[in-house]
Design a protein around this ligand. Structure first.
Ligand code: NAD
Length: 231
């Protein structure tokens, strides 16, 4: 059976994606050849993007974060657009994403479970005041709230738990899906990668440039670019 036929026969598709969904928008992923983890830093990005580092080296965290994690110029690509179209047509139940860039919403998608949070939400740790990603991008040094509190992005850093409601919604959607598309993810970040095990539907498809641990377990494997396949 072809990918196209599976799509046509499905009405409750769930898309589970990762950083590879946004590389065609110009945002590097973490683990590919040209990914962020292959670049040379004095402190590894895995360390910088941890909760401990955020609180102990806040200024250095923000220097890296502003430089590498705020691609506010990026636009949705063919994959983001097709998924938004499927949702409008009533074929797509939800998107479960590990991405934090907000490009699915920018493309028009509504039911998006952001397992690792979003750069577009930032809050003061003292009074809870909201700040946009643009405000963080424009700030310098350590961004502070007018109340004096430290502002933290609502991005799940290493060492932090996932948001319970988001996890519940994501697992529920995967459980009720008749088709699961896993794309643009190395499936190496847990617990997120484990959520696809809740799928009980008919068709499972993997679209990823490199091989993943899911290749042997799904109905169809496409080692291609996700934007190209979806368009
Ligand atoms: P990853 O970097 O570990 O893996 C990305 C995978 O996508 C690779 O296996 C690669 O082969 C594949 N890939 C890259 N471009 C592709 C394309 N055009 N088409 C198909 N496949 C492609 O990413 P991950 O599994 O999502 O885990 C990394 C973590 O990093 C996530 O938790 C995420 O929060 C974070 N992250 C997010 C962004 C973003 O929001 N855009 C960017 C980088 C990292």
């Amino acid at each position: 059976m072809t990918f196209q036929e599976m799509i046509e026969e499905s009405s409750k598709i769930v898309f589970f994606g990762g950083a590879g969904v946004s590389t065609e928008s110009g945002i590097p992923d973490f683990r590919s050849e040209d990914g962020l983890y292959r670049q040379k830093y004095d402190v590894p990005p895995e360390t910088i993007l941890s909760s401990d580092y955020f609180f102990s080296h806040t200024e250095e965290f923000y220097k890296f974060y502003r430089d590498k994690m705020l691609p506010l110029w990026a636009q949705p690509n063919a994959a983001h657009k097709k998924l938004a179209e499927w949702e409008r047509e009533g074929k797509l139940l939800a998107i479960v994403t590990q991405n934090i860039d907000g490009l699915h919403q920018k493309a028009g998608s509504k039911r998006v479970y952001e397992l690792h949070g979003s750069i577009h939400r930032n809050h003061c740790l003292k009074c809870g005041k909201f700040f946009s990603a643009e405000e963080i991008a424009k700030s310098s040094g350590v961004p502070k709230c007018p109340c004096g509190g430290l502002i933290k992005p609502d991005v799940v850093l290493y060492g932090e738990p996932l948001d319970e409601d988001t996890v519940r919604g994501a697992i529920d959607a995967i459980r009720h899906a008749d088709m699961l598309i896993v794309a643009g993810t190395s499936l190496s970040v847990y617990p997120a990668a484990g959520f696809i095990d809740y799928f009980r539907g008919r068709y499972s498809v993997l679209i990823n440039r490199d091989a993943t641990p899911y290749d042997d377990r799904c109905d169809l494997v496409l080692h291609e670019k996700v934007g190209k396949v979806l368009s």
